[in-house]
Design a protein around this ligand. Structure first.
Ligand code: DQQ
Length: 484
């Protein structure tokens, strides 16, 4: 890391709500991951970035590089809006491909007050992905297919290679019907032929507008992941579909919700080990004023390895590379939850932990772990399983003494198949709580305790006839230099 970005990162040293082992830029606003690509063995992560402050405007592409998926070096901004140009209002999301040895980005350029004029362009690099030159003929796609019946939502190119050329998906919507993704083909990434919609959703089920599509083969199936705006509540959700792809049409067989919390706009890439890796933007869950005051906003998830489960649902696990950060460790086994009359303190505790736990859930009551808790219980966030309703819940009513943070719970229904144990993987890092249950159900939540001593980890149960089979907890190291 260069000394300037190290200094900028140090300014946030005392902010215990700021993650220490998840990627985020030295300061300011970040949202979607963009342009994921492995080049000469190095992982490149680009991201939506506003260099002016911790608010969403004036989108640039920030850039960082890593050789192990976990430790990152900040690189100069890769894309910035061209004054008076087709992307003068912002360089929005997109992807990266290797075009016969030429690193190539494809992204959405916007114009207009709210970015409502959207077109697609490309940029290439001839200095090992450091600086990027726009194709002089940009934009390469500016007409939205007429069946959209609207002219504003048309963005986030996702490109992949097949034997007969390059394929591209653009996210959009069909007015009055629902979100859609349009499929294109090209011999050279410049001249694009529109083929057909790959899929059109129903507004009532999968939202009004789709964004940030991903489409890839996994095992013997194809997977479509997309981010959706659900009106009128203005909430946003990530959906996935698993199915068959034939003659440029997609036939979904399984549908699921990728995350029940704040993870949004994920992007995937295949690495040289054949793994399908996914990063997602972990949104803040506090007011704009609080984000501005913090001076930073937005975090990337720890990259996840996706798999196809035997029942053809999507499986996921944090990349094992994150385990190199594990330090001090304790293991607990065989604790009957019915005998647990008060909360049991676990060690090590802290703001940055990796927890692996397995429970026999039982039939009655509830049990779980409190994280980011103060000893007097003034602040605490509870991750619990409610056996009668079979729900996994992140309860945030007491997460923070401050106003302006979301106190509502995140919950996932029915995370267990009949007879299954509850397996929890929890990556806790400052205000980020990444939870994956049984390698397939994700809740990423955020909590903003005010007190620096909100570090305790406890096990609790109420009227539960369940059982803790095992629990491992590790303290996690920071990925930034020690002076941070
Ligand atoms: N964020 C980008 C868009 C995308 C949205 C703009 C999703 O390209 O549709 O920052 O979060």
């Amino acid at each position: 890391m260069d000394s300037i970005s190290a200094l900028r990162r140090q300014r946030h040293f005392n902010d215990h709500q700021r993650p220490q082992y998840h990627f985020l830029p030295p300061a300011n606003w970040m949202n979607d991951p963009n342009g994921l690509i492995q080049w000469d063995g190095q992982y490149h992560l680009f991201y939506q970035y506003n260099p002016d402050g911790a608010y969403h405007a004036n989108m640039h592409w920030g850039h960082a590089v890593s050789s192990d998926l976990i430790h990152w070096t900040d690189l100069p901004i890769a894309l910035k809006p061209t004054p008076g140009g087709w992307d003068e209002g912002g360089c929005w999301s997109g992807c990266a491909v290797n075009n016969n040895g030429v690193p190539t980005l494809m992204y959405t350029g916007v114009r207009g007050k709210r970015g409502e004029n959207q077109a697609q362009g490309i940029a290439t690099s001839s200095d090992n992905l450091l600086t990027w030159q726009q194709y002089p003929g940009n934009p390469v796609i500016s007409q939205i297919p007429p069946e959209a019946r609207q002219r504003h939502d048309f963005r986030d190119p996702f490109v992949w290679r097949e034997d007969d050329g390059w394929y591209l998906l653009l996210a959009s919507r069909v007015e009055g019907i629902g979100g859609t993704v349009f499929l294109y083909r090209s011999p050279d990434l410049i001249h694009w032929e529109y083929l057909n919609p790959l899929l059109i959703g129903r507004m009532e089920q999968t939202g009004r507008t789709w964004e940030c599509p991903n489409f890839f083969r996994l095992g013997d199936k194809w997977v479509l992941i997309l981010s959706a705006h659900i009106d009128p509540e203005r909430t946003a959700k990530v959906f996935y579909f698993v199915g068959e792809y034939r003659e440029h049409r997609f036939y979904p067989e399984i549908e699921g919700i990728f995350d029940y919390g704040v993870l949004y706009a994920p992007l995937t890439m295949q690495d040289d080990r054949g793994r399908r890796l996914l990063w997602g933007w972990l949104r803040e869950d506090r007011t704009v004023e609080k984000q501005l005051a913090a001076g930073w906003s937005g975090v990337q998830s720890i990259p996840r390895v996706l798999t196809l489960l035997p029942d053809h649902r999507l499986g996921m696990a944090p990349a094992p590379e994150v385990e190199q950060l594990r330090g001090e460790h304790q293991r607990y086994t065989n604790i009957s939850l019915s005998t647990l009359t008060e909360e049991m303190r676990l060690e090590p505790d802290g703001h940055a932990l990796d927890i692996v736990a397995e429970f026999e859930p039982g039939q009655t009551g509830l049990f779980g772990l409190s994280v980011l808790a103060t000893r007097d219980g003034q602040e605490k966030t509870r991750i619990l399983y409610d056996a009668p309703t079979q729900r996994l819940i992140v309860e945030r009513m007491q997460s923070s003494l401050a106003d302006g943070v979301n106190p509502y719970a995140h919950a996932a229904p029915h995370p267990l198949l009949p007879g299954e144990r509850l397996q929890l993987r929890i990556l806790l890092d400052g205000s980020v709580i990444e939870i994956i249950a049984n390698q397939r159900t994700s809740i990423v939540s955020r909590a903003y305790p005010t007190r620096a001593d909100s570090t305790e980890l406890t096990l609790f149960a109420h009227h539960s006839d369940g059982h803790l089979a095992s629990l491992d907890v590790w303290k996690m190291a920071s990925i930034w230099p020690a002076q941070e």
